[in-house]
Design a protein around this ligand. Structure first.
Ligand SMILES: Nc1nc2c(ncn2[C@@H]2O[C@H](COP(=O)(O)OP(=O)(O)OP(=O)(O)O)[C@@H](O)[C@H]2O)c(=O)[nH]1
Length: 500
């Protein structure tokens, strides 16, 4: 009995006070950690949406973007969740039937109505931005372009979204927002990393945008766009060449070849064996080519392929002006361009064409790329059709021209060399989002990229909870040690006989 008593005296855990203290301590720790976890648990994700219609010269595309609702306006990542290609041509082709321009958007808009949750419809901004096709129509016939916008606006307002208007983007905006998209998606802006230049090839215009250490905007200020994003200042060089998208460049090249108005145009940019009858009136319509119209032309001409890459390159070069430059350096047509500074992302038609030609790998030497294109252009048209039975004939017929145009634009136009060619990456998407101006446009209009880097909690959620738990346990141990250190002062409750 006395041994048991002695043990009890030596082991304070067996005293009722200590048992109560321990239970209370454990309950307190569990309560503390539970409250911390519940309080800091990430909330159930809710999303917000934005819709942008890219009304291009060749077609219109609709993009739906999504981002976490509680991170609106600072750290949230915006992602493209859906895209829809509008059937038919670009809205500028509806100049003589504007109502059809509005009507053409209906199927994609109905898709968007189903995909964006109903309770978010009214707060979802809807933008339409038109690019070079409408720029050209506006130059040619501004009242026709107004009517197209009116019809498109009327059609879009019938949908339950928050319609924010339809407008023509300037070439500078198109270039700059393409650059923002690429660098935002690559996480380069938030982290303040070296940026990627953007090369965009559309149907009617083409844009080049990049940051160069040699450009502060003082030379040719119209090419300068400044941004303050996440606390970093950017001075961007950007230029948009109207008429140098691949469809208008094809028209200009052909118009140049046909300037004498012959009955047959022998074209080195089309495959041998290719032949089609075309209207001179169509060849010369639009502001990019109307001034090249021959005095007296026949109604039609026979377009005959010759399949010769080198001659095609010469023909393409003839639509660039390399002789005039009032700046320290120029790309072409007297336009200032600072020294190239890579890397570059090349998207839209750059990607469609180089991907079809199997030439997206820029580690392949430029000379090898040219040799490959030389062989492709020389391949007879009937063989090409047999090799690619599923490709639209219009696209298929033009890949030799398009590939030659891309290489000429990059090397002769923008001055990429055999070495700097490898700085280019042909891209379609970055993560789940298409490269293009639309995302940058929406981020800008919804103020989604702050000028300053938003404050973020110093610790992630898990780290915070772990540290809190460790501190709680340490405090508890200290408390126990403190109680134990007071042991000599505890009232003795032994049953030893009292000496009176
Ligand atoms: N091969 C191929 N070409 C395409 C495809 N989609 C578009 N294109 C062509 O690529 C070129 C550029 O297309 P987009 O980037 O949509 O250009 P856009 O917005 O119509 O033109 P801009 O108004 O000048 O910006 C056009 O000549 C289109 O006809 C595709 O899926 N495959």
């Amino acid at each position: 009995m006395s041994a048991q008593r002695e043990m009890k005296e030596k082991n304070p855990w067996q005293t009722p006070v200590m048992i109560i203290i321990t239970v209370i301590g454990v309950i307190a720790i569990v309560a503390l950690v539970t409250v911390a976890v519940l309080q800091n648990r990430p909330l159930l994700q809710k999303y917000k949406y934005g819709i942008v219609l890219d009304a291009g010269s060749s077609h219109t595309a609709l993009y739906i973007y999504e981002w976490p609702a509680e991170k609106d306006n600072n750290t949230g990542r915006v992602e493209q969740t859906h895209s829809c290609k509008v059937k038919g041509p670009g809205i500028s082709s509806y100049a003589s039937a504007p109502l059809e321009a509005g009507e053409s958007l209906r199927a994609c808009m109905q898709e968007a109505e189903k995909l964006v949750p109903g309770k978010r419809h009214h707060e979802t901004p809807l933008y339409l931005g038109a690019t070079a096709g409408m720029r050209l129509l506006n130059i040619e016939n501004s009242s026709a372009s107004d009517k197209v916008f009116q019809a498109v606006g009327d059609a879009l307002q019938k949908f339950p979204f928050s319609y924010q208007g339809a407008r023509i983007l300037s070439g500078q905006e198109e270039g700059a927002f393409g650059w923002v998209t690429v660098n935002y998606l690559d996480d380069r802006l938030k982290q303040g990393l070296e940026t990627t230049g953007a090369l965009d090839l559309g149907g009617a215009s083409t844009q080049i945008s990049f940051v160069s250490n040699n450009y502060d905007g003082s030379e040719s200020p119209r090419n300068s766009v400044t941004f303050r994003l996440y606390g970093n200042d950017y001075n961007l060089y950007t230029h948009s060449f109207l008429c140098y998208g691949k469809d208008q460049a094809l028209k200009m090249t052909l118009a140049q070849m046909a300037k004498e108005g012959p009955a047959t145009v022998f074209d080195p940019c089309f495959h041998p064996g290719y032949t089609a009858t075309k209207n001179y009136s169509i060849l010369y319509d639009g502001p990019c080519v109307s001034d090249r119209k021959p005095q007296a032309a026949l109604a039609t001409f026979t377009h005959t392929g010759k399949g010769n890459f080198l001659q095609c390159q010469e023909a393409v070069k003839s639509v660039f002006n390399f002789t005039y430059c009032k700046y320290s350096r120029c790309s072409f047509n007297g336009v200032f361009q600072p020294l190239l500074q890579g890397p570059f992302g090349a998207f839209s038609a750059y990607y469609f064409v180089m991907n079809f030609l199997n030439l997206t790998d820029t580690s392949i030497p430029l000379e090898t790329v040219k040799d490959s294109l030389k062989r492709y252009c020389a391949t007879p048209w009937n063989q090409i059709m047999l090799l690619h039975p599923d490709v639209k004939l219009k696209y298929l017929a033009e890949y030799c021209f398009s590939g030659t145009y891309i290489l000429t634009l990059l090397t002769e136009g923008y001055n990429f060399t055999s070495k700097s060619y490898s700085d280019i990456k042909f891209i379609k998407k970055i993560k789940s989002s298409d490269a293009g101006w639309t995302l940058g446009y929406m981020l800008n209009l919804t103020n989604m990229i702050p000028a300053e880097n938003p404050d973020s909690p110093p610790l992630p959620h898990v780290g915070y909870v772990s540290i809190l738990s460790v501190i709680a346990v340490l405090l508890f141990i200290l408390f126990i040690l403190f109680i134990l250190s007071l042991r000599p002062l505890w009232p003795r409750c032994s049953k030893q006989p009292q000496i009176v």
